[in-house]
Design a protein around this ligand. Sequence first.
Ligand code: ADP
Length: 465
Amino acid sequence: MSLQLKIGVSYILVILGVLILLNTYPLIRARDMIFSTKSSALLGSADTMAAALAGLDTLTEENVTQALSVGEFGAVSRAIITDASGKILYDTREVGNATGYYAFYTELVQALEGNDAAYASYREGAFRSRAAVPVVYRNEIIGAVFVYEYDVEQAELLQNMQMNLLSISAGIGAAVLTLSILLSKLLTARIEELLTAIRGVREGAYNYRAAVGGHDEIAQIADEFNDLTGRLQVTEEARRRFVSDASHELKTPLSTIRLLSDSILQAEHMDADMVREFVRDIGQEAERLTNITEDLLRLTRLDSGVVEEAVPVEVWPVVQAVCRSLRLLADDKHIALELSVEQPCWVRATKGEIHQVIYNLVENAIKYNTDGGFVRVLLSADDTSAYITVEDNGIGIPDEDLDHVFERFYRVDKARSRAAGGTGLGLSIVRDTVRRRGGRIQADHRVGGGTVFTIEMPRAEEEQP
Ligand code: ADP
């Protein structure tokens, strides 16, 4: 059952209920009110007639007719006076006058038993009401007065009211029906728009946005959806860029290898030294491929969210180990590698991660340095955080690149990075690792030239031996 149908049906049911109530309750109330006024008016008339007969010790046709010939007894359709046995002594009806016959109306019988009685009914477009009271002489019932009224005027009023209510109901019904159809159409149209957008995005149209106006819940859902799709679009674009960058990075060394091997195969008289040089180049390119795939694997592991359990790691020994293994590279380029520690401290991660992070930063600081430069690694801490600072007075990073160096495959100087064996992935691995362990990293210009990288990580409790 569609939402539109559900809303429509429930609307119609509610309105139907209201209209049925509107068409019955007021009419029943009005009829009951007319019944009770009629009954009491008739009882009043009967009472006045009975009062006119008071004083008579017995009732006869003559004395009743005489007693009633004077006075006004209200507008009734018919009045009957009987004696104590129910024999009619007086009847106001001209055609079909029942004088001399016995009357057995229920109300009359009740009156002869000493009780006032009244009854009213509505049928065939007329109110019919009857009332009877006893005529008493010295505590003895000597007869009864019975009055009857047949009224079409008030019945007509009631019928008019019924007709009016019906036409008002028809009007209301039609208006509500149109309105509810319009409303539910409007509502479902907006939901339909949202559905189209969701389906579009599912098919891969990430730039599709749901155009739902207004400020209600549906509009809010649409806004949230658009927001979500926007993010999805960004992620999807990043993914595509990453895949295309990665394939490009892998293709370059492969083409070089292909070119070099073709040259060896095609050259008929290549001297042995030349061949060795080509083969060495092929080896270098193969190593580059290995580096790139290793870095890619590391990033995929970081992306997949599979994290090794963190343990408290003491940072200073790791800094020392990294610098020991990079000392040769630094010496080669005549770069002074200086380490200092202000405050030994522990962080929560794995030893391998901390090693990788510091290694990448220090290696970069050496790679992008100038002959005779320096690299300083400083470990410090405050109450809550550990800080690892890697500072160099090398070539520096231009302003416009500073924010981008952590992006995948981003290089300021492609040729230099390649020549130094870089993959363009080192800093993104550093940033992802540090973030995963609750820390952050920042790159700044060094006053006096060069670059400063600062890592801040939450301090861990020292591990008890
Ligand atoms: P790469 O493998 O190219 O070194 P990274 O992700 O480690 O990739 O670094 C990205 C880029 O940032 C490098 O190509 C380099 O241009 C620049 N860069 C990184 N560290 C430094 C530094 N200490 N000094 C100058 N430039 C740097």
